[in-house]
Write a protein that binds this ligand. Structure first.
Ligand code: ADP
Ligand code: MG
Length: 384
C-alpha cells in the first residue's frame, strides 16, 4: 500500500515538468521522391548535426545545369531529422517523453505542419511496413500500461476527428457535424465517440477505418484532402490511492494532429493574409498563424475563437500542455517557396511559451477508514 502513495507518483512526474515551458520544434526532411528525381529536381535542403537546416535558394532558371546558388539560409531547431531518419527515431525523439508525461496525468500534443506532399501523413500515420507516430505511440502506451498494471488501474479512450471546411466530424462514427462546447476542462466536441481501447491491434483497425472516413477532394477521389485536419485524441485515466487511501484519478490527454497542407494558406504579410481570407482558403490554418503570432508577441487576446482548429488546439498552444511541432519539408527546389514558409513558421513557433504542464488530478472517492485488510483486497481486485 505504501508503494502506491502519492509521494512516489509525484517524484516520477517531476522529470517531465521541465518540458512544459515552451513548444518543442522539430523539422523532418523527407527523401526525394521518384517523380521529383525524374523531373530534374535539385536538392535545396541539407540537415547537418541533427540540428541545423540549410536552405539554398537557386536562380529561377529552368535549365538544371545552369542553376546558380543565390543564397543559403540557416535555421536551428530542437532536432532536425535528415531524410535517412527512421520512423522510430522520429517517434522516440519527439513523442516518447510526452507519452510518459501523459501516463502521469499531463496533457501533450504533437502536430505535423507543412505543405501537401511534405510527409505529414507519413510521419503521423505511416505505412503498414513503417508505422508512424500515431501507431508507435499507441504501441508504446499499451506496453507501458502493462508494465505499470501493478501500480494502479489505467483505462485508455480514443477519439479521432476531422476538421474540414470549418466542420468538425467524428471519424470513428461518421454522422452529423459535431458542435464545440467549452466547459471547465476546456473545449470539447459534444457527442464525440470515446472508444475504450484494450489492445494495439484493435486500435490499428480503428485508425484505418477512421482514415477511410477522412474527407476526400471531389476532384481527386483517391486522395485524402489536403485541406482536412485529422486529430487523434488518446485519453489515459490512471486510478490509484494516495497516502490517506483516497482513490485519486489522474487524466492525461495526448493529441496527435495531422494538419492540412499549409501551401497558400499561411501568409507572411497582412495584405496577402486579407486576400486569402477573402478567398476563404483554409480558415483554420490562417487562424493558427494568427494565434502563433499573438502568442509570440505576448498579446493578451489570442484569437482562438476564429476557427474550429484553433479552438480545439487552445490547450496545446497556450494552456497547460507539453507541445511538439514537427515541420515537414521536401528537399526539392521546386518546393522552395513552401519549404521557406514552413521553416519561417517553425522558427517563429520556437518562441511560444506555454504554461508549466500541470497534473490533472482529482480525488474521486474519499477513504472510509483505516481498514487495511479491506483496502488491500480492493486494490488486489483492481489490479486483477
Ligand atoms: P502530406 O501528408 O504532407 O501531404 P505524405 O505524408 O502523403 O505528405 O507524403 C507524400 C509522399 O512522400 C508519400 O508517398 C509518402 O509515402 C512519401 N514520404 C513522405 N515522407 C517520407 C519519408 N520520410 N520516407 C519515405 N517516404 C516518404
Ligand atoms: Mg496528408
Amino acid at each position: 500500500i505504501r508503494k502506491l502513495s502519492m509521494g512516489n507518483v509525484a517524484e516520477k512526474g517531476e522529470n517531465f515538468e521541465a518540458c512544459g515551458s515552451r513548444i518543442m520544434v522539430f523539422v523532418r526532411l523527407r527523401p526525394m521522391g521518384k517523380k521529383e528525381r525524374e523531373n530534374g529536381s535539385r536538392c535545396c535542403v541539407k540537415v547537418l548535426n541533427k540540428r541545423d537546416v540549410y536552405l539554398t535558394e537557386f536562380t529561377n532558371d529552368n535549365d538544371y545545369l545552369r542553376l546558380k546558388r543565390l543564397r543559403v539560409r540557416h535555421f536551428t531547431f530542437d532536432s532536425s531529422f535528415p531524410e535517412t531518419t527512421t520512423q522510430r527515431e522520429v517517434y522516440s525523439t519527439t513523442t516518447g517523453d510526452l507519452l510518459e508525461a501523459v501516463l502521469e496525468g499531463r496533457n501533450g500534443s504533437v502536430f505535423c505542419y507543412g505543405a501537401t506532399g511534405a510527409g505529414k501523413t507519413y510521419t503521423m500515420l505511416g505505412t503498414v511496413e513503417n508505422p508512424g507516430v500515431m501507431v508507435l505511440a499507441i504501441k508504446d502506451l499499451f506496453a507501458k500500461v502493462r508494465e505499470r498494471s501493478l501500480d494502479g488501474n489505467h483505462t485508455v479512450h480514443l477519439s479521432y476527428l476531422e476538421v474540414y471546411n470549418e466542420t468538425v466530424r467524428d471519424l470513428l462514427s461518421p454522422g452529423r457535424p459535431l458542435i464545440l462546447r467549452e466547459d471547465k476542462q476546456g473545449i470539447m466536441a459534444a457527442g464525440l465517440t470515446q472508444y475504450r481501447a484494450y489492445s494495439t491491434d484493435e486500435v490499428m483497425v480503428l485508425l484505418q477505418r477512421g482514415n477511410q472516413n477522412r474527407t476526400t477532394e471531389p476532384t481527386r477521389c483517391n486522395e485524402t484532402s489536403s485541406r482536412s485536419h485529422a486529430i487523434l485524441q488518446v485519453v489515459v485515466e490512471y486510478k490509484t490511492r494516495d497516502a490517506s487511501m483516497n482513490i485519486i484519478s489522474r487524466v492525461g490527454k495526448l493529441s496527435l494532429i495531422d494538419l492540412a497542407g499549409s501551401e497558400r494558406a499561411i501568409a507572411t504579410d497582412q495584405r496577402t493574409l486579407r486576400s486569402l481570407e477573402g478567398a476563404n482558403i483554409n480558415r483554420s490554418l490562417l487562424a493558427l498563424s494568427s494565434c502563433i503570432n499573438a502568442l509570440v508577441e505576448g498579446k493578451k487576446h489570442i484569437p482562438y475563437r476564429n476557427s474550429k482548429l484553433t479552438q480545439l488546439l487552445k490547450d496545446s498552444l497556450g494552456g497547460s500542455c507539453n507541445t511538439v511541432m514537427i515541420a515537414n519539408i521536401s528537399p526539392s527546389n521546386h518546393s522552395f517557396g513552401e519549404t521557406q514558409n514552413t521553416l519561417h513558421w517553425a522558427d517563429r513557433a520556437k518562441e511560444i511559451r506555454v504554461k508549466g504542464c500541470e497534473v490533472n488530478e482529482e480525488v474521486v472517492q474519499v477513504s472510509e477508514g483505516p481498514d487495511q485488510t479491506k483496502l488491500l483486497l480492493e486494490l488486489q481486485e483492481e489490479n486483477r
